[in-house]
Write a protein that binds this ligand. Structure first.
Ligand code: AMP
Length: 214
């Protein structure tokens, strides 16, 4: 099963992807997480990506595509994968198609998380992420048991630099300008289903699992 999650930053893709991937038994591939991990390790890729991430801009297509090409060839992707945050441009979508065709594979579903700007802003400004394991929390919607400490590994929770209000507004603008066009791209191919992500996350997850299991 090869699934793509679309939706603006703050629609809940990351949180939902973790649950779906676990239930469906496929790896969760988040390009944003891959860049953050590279940055944590101070690799050239991470340092290159940081310039764009801090501004809420997209990392150049060739850099992201090369990273995803390598990732989806790993053995854990043999049964499929869940892509979160990729593709983000038409060029990336076309490159993904090429990679899959070469491997004799196809995209099974594209789930488009729809969410209002007000919800996005509230979710992102309250989001906290574990520095050690990447687990996601929210100061009011999904608080950790102890403030600032990860429930899963006791790591320190932090606010992503790009979750500050100014950068969020730019990320939304970038999404509308560069990524929203993908919705038509996949709708035309009858692969896309709209999902209401303005409701509590359990409801959103239930809507998606019905489709994944169908
Ligand atoms: P995310 O965690 O998906 O919100 O991604 C965080 C940041 O990583 C984005 O704002 C971009 O700067 C960068 N990024 C992640 N995925 C991509 C992608 N597919 N194309 C370009 N930049 C990306």
């Amino acid at each position: 099963m090869h699934v793509i999650l679309l939706g603006p930053p703050g629609a809940g893709k990351g949180t939902q992807a973790v649950s779906i991937a676990e239930k469906a038994g496929i790896p969760h591939i988040s390009t944003g997480d891959m860049f953050r991990t590279a940055l944590k390790h101070g690799t050239p890729l991470g340092l290159e990506a940081k310039k764009y991430m801090d501004a809420g801009e997209l990392v150049p297509d060739d850099v992201v595509v090369a990273m995803v090409r390598e990732r989806i060839q790993k053995p854990d992707c043999a049964k499929g994968f869940l892509l979160d945050g990729f593709p983000r441009t038409i060029v990336q979508a076309e490159k993904l198609d090429e990679m899959l065709v070469q491997a004799g594979l196809t995209i099974d579903r594209v789930l488009n998380l729809e969410c209002s700007a007000a919800t996005v802003l509230k979710r992102l400004t309250g989001r906290r992420v574990c520095k050690a394991c990447g687990a996601i929390f929210h100061v009011t919607n999904m608080p950790s048991k102890q403030a600032g400490v990860c429930d899963a590994c006791n790591g320190v929770l932090y606010q992503r630099d790009d979750d500050k209000e100014d950068t969020i507004l730019n990320r939304l603008e970038v999404y509308n300008r560069q990524t929203a066009g993908l919705i038509d791209h996949y709708r035309r191919r009858a692969l896309l289903t709209d999902i209401n992500a303005d409701v509590p996350r359990e409801e959103t997850l239930a809507q998606m699992m019905v489709l994944i299991r169908a």
